[in-house]
Design a protein around this ligand. Sequence first.
Ligand code: B12
Ligand code: SF4
Length: 495
Amino acid sequence: MKVLLVNPEFPDTYWSFRHALPFEGKRCAFPPLGLLTVSGLLPRSWKRRLVDLNVHSLKTLDIEWADIVFASAMLVQKDSLRRVVERCKARGKRVVVGGPYVTTTIEGLPDADHVFLGEAETTLPQFVQDLEHGDTQRSYQAAERPPLSVTPVPDFALADLKRYSAMSVQYSRGCPFQCEFCDIIEIYGRVPRTKSNQQMLAELDALLRLGWRGTVFIVDDNFIGNKKNVRQLLPELAEWQERNGHPFTLLTEASVNLAEDSELLAGMQRAGFQRVFLGIETPVEESLKEAQKSQNTRRDLLDSVKKIQSYGMEVMAGFIVGFDNDPEDIFERQIRFIRESAIPLAMVGLLTALPDTQLWRRLEREGRLLGEASGNNTNCSLNFVPRMDPARLIEGYQSIMRTIYSSREYYERALNSLTRTRQDISLPKHYNLISAVAAFMRIAVKLGLLDRERREFWRYFSQAIAKHRDNFDDALRLAAMGYHFRKLNEAYSDS
Ligand code: B12
Ligand code: SF4
């Protein structure tokens, strides 16, 4: 069997980092881990080829080569997924689709032959057997969520590693909390399942063998969802990093209660975590209660961010406007919070009702749903009737984005973040000198010469040189990211 794995195209979003990647000479932020994992579940005798449309185009020759096509998608990739399925079907190929969009959508799916709902660890082996017996079904859904002990090491070698800015691995699935808008708990459940320490280290070994050095994103929705297991993982992870000369800097997502656990923070720091994405959502207590985000209501959120930063981890975070309880001054309050917390990469979005969430069900009961969302929470579209006047909400949202990503404001946050995350001991850095010099030249030309905000760039640059020489690569990375957000923001405010 020859299987073609296709990752559809992403639009320009917060996480696409599309305007920042060219500085690094990369095409895409992360590889499609879902498909690499699916590939690991297929018989070793099958021949496989991966086409990530965010990196390479899909050639007719690739489609013709394949006996069967596997495609995965998030909601934001649905249009591209539809086009992929149509092209492959037009060539008479058997097409299989899966992933979060396919699992949760309420719309008609593209006309694929087989649809996988949920995780594929147990259903895919069943499908392979059915295929051998010529007795396949249209839809496969696992009766239970699989333990991650059955998840194979993803087939990282399939991806064109040098095109990506970071690699991904996954430690856990699921989250114990119950935020009203969240689809993770619906798709992956509220009992966090983890891989074993051996599995994790085997995945890191695989990346190391392939020559990867640099950022590795542990893509868990809440890395500390199962604190007991994480506590056992971290010392082994730290030892592994030490043994191998600290080849990876780690990035993950976690809930804000991470701040209350100094032991966990110290463990993460030792293991090489340098960035963590938090779900802060809003500084407004009433809106947090409405969202059932109790883990954020019991603490001072600004202090929590500061504490995490003091362990050398840059805090990235998600913020939301559009809750029923948002006061009139919500926009100013979000701006103030983001400024004071020194979070350079703040993902601010309009509240979105994703299918099959508690929020979706409540809004449906209240007759306020307008249809399935685009999946892109930063493109100024609403899929429900908000309590606040929609025009005021969108204008307020845009005012947040304009303010926080204006050059001066952004660079100020970046400098503050660099100060707060500064550490006495610095770990070895792994980068290719030629690529680093090339990236610096690209940034200097684009932001320091061609860009209309060049004065702000040089102001930032001189302060970074003066105060953050040890972390200068981080300062440059943040400059490139700031450019991405400014461009993204301009694109959406013009649309
Ligand atoms: C890593 C990640 C990303 C990465 C990139 C992923 C990539 N290159 O594919 C980045 C950071 C770029 C990203 C971006 C975004 N993401 Co994202 N992301 C994730 C995250 C945290 C992990 C994905 C992952 O690798 N999982 C590990 C793999 C092993 O799991 P899996 O993909 O589910 O695959 C399993 C099954 O689904 C199934 N399967 C998957 N595909 C297929 C295909 C076939 C054929 C079969 C048979 C089975 C199958 O088998 C696998 C093994 O069980 C998920 C949450 C999550 N827990 O999965 C959110 C998630 C997928 N992202 C989400 C969103 C909303 C976004 C953004 C829109 C956010 C934004 N506003 O910018 C952007 C859009 C993309 C972009 N670039 O513009 C949502 C999607 C919601 C939806 N219903 O579609 C999720 C669920 C998180 C959430 N609730 O917010 N994301
Ligand atoms: S903490 Fe994050 S992953 Fe967990 S339920 Fe809330 S939004 Fe979902």
